[in-house]
Write a protein that binds this ligand. Structure first.
Ligand code: DGL
Length: 289
């Protein structure tokens, strides 16, 4: 039996998924949330697809071993690499993934040019070319690889002269392309929003799919009859495969605004096995639902 009191599992390579997590908790403050950051292996964006797929399976297997009732892959790179095989492996589990918001940006552009800032892993995936083919509708989609930006966010370098200089260098090609929307195709990038606004100017709107992903998560839980019935603040669990003190410090700074309500908050570190092909990752037992 699925436990409606089980947590929503949220997975990312690092702390970027907190930009999705904070939309989920705004919408569903009563839910227990179990957040797993694979910081021992971040960044995913420059790794081989098969490796990212393996790591993501190991992360999701662990979340399910902790009785997660649903899983949100709060990472575009991991979604591009693993969403299909995750859903095949656990067809009974609601799994919500992410993709760059090419569709809304293409619908709303007036200049006919939109930018997509994402990791190489996301931009090189078939999932992304399919997305552009289906939804760009004649709009020019300018892709920009945000190499180095994930590391910056993981180091809590979110603003200041150096960050701006790096963003300016990375975005130089799209700054000349007359874009009016920049799709944030990596969940780490909303944390760079103030610096991005300054570099891009008022004429460019940032498009972050996180609120839509949170709404989709709520819809999916509702449909499956899995929303928590209890109307009291849910517990928040933050788990890393990296070092605990650094993680706790970083998370606390990134979500300071959300940490104001009284509720159980736990930080923990964990070693994840490196799952091999065939997904013999040690958490392979079936989940009874
Ligand atoms: N937050 C991940 C994403 O959305 C970052 C990937 C990485 O670790 O490079 O793509």
């Amino acid at each position: 039996m699925v436990d409606r009191d089980g947590a929503i599992g949220v997975f990312d390579s690092g702390v970027g998924g907190l930009s999705v997590w904070r939309e989920i908790v705004r919408l569903m403050p009563d839910e227990h949330i179990l957040y797993l950051a694979d910081q021992a292996r971040v960044p995913y964006g420059e790794r081989a697809r098969s490796e990212v797929e393996r790591f993501t399976h190991a992360g999701v297997a662990w979340l399910l071993s902790q009785n997660a009732k649903a899983v949100v892959i709060a990472c575009n790179t991991a979604s591009a690499a693993a969403l299909d095989s995750l859903r095949q492996r656990w067809p009974e589990v609601p799994i919500v993934g992410m993709e760059p918001a090419v569709k809304p940006a293409s619908q709303h552009t007036r200049t006919g040019h939109v930018g997509v800032l994402a990791t190489p892993g996301t931009l090189q995936a078939d999932r992304f070319s399919n997305l552009v083919e289906r939804f760009a509708n004649g709009v020019h989609v300018h892709t920009v690889m945000g190499t180095g930006l994930v590391r910056m966010v993981e180091a809590h370098q979110l603003d200041g002269k150096e960050v701006e200089a790096q963003l300016r260098a990375i975005l130089a090609p799209v700054l000349e392309a007359n874009i009016d929307h920049l799709v944030l195709g990596c969940t780490h990038f909303p944390f760079l929003a103030p610096a991005l606004h300054r570099v891009l100017g008022d004429g460019v709107q940032l498009v972050d799919p996180a609120p839509a992903v949170a709404r989709q998560t709520q819809r999916v839980l509702k449909q499956a009859g899995l929303l928590r019935a209890c109307k009291e603040p849910g517990s928040w669990h933050f788990v890393t495969t990296g070092g605990l003190p650094r993680f706790q410090n970083l998370v606390t700074r990134l979500i300071a605004d959300e940490l104001t309500t009284e509720r159980p908050v736990v930080f923990q570190s964990l070693e994840l096995p490196d799952a091999r092909a065939g997904w013999t990752d040690g958490y392979n037992r079936s989940v009874s639902r």
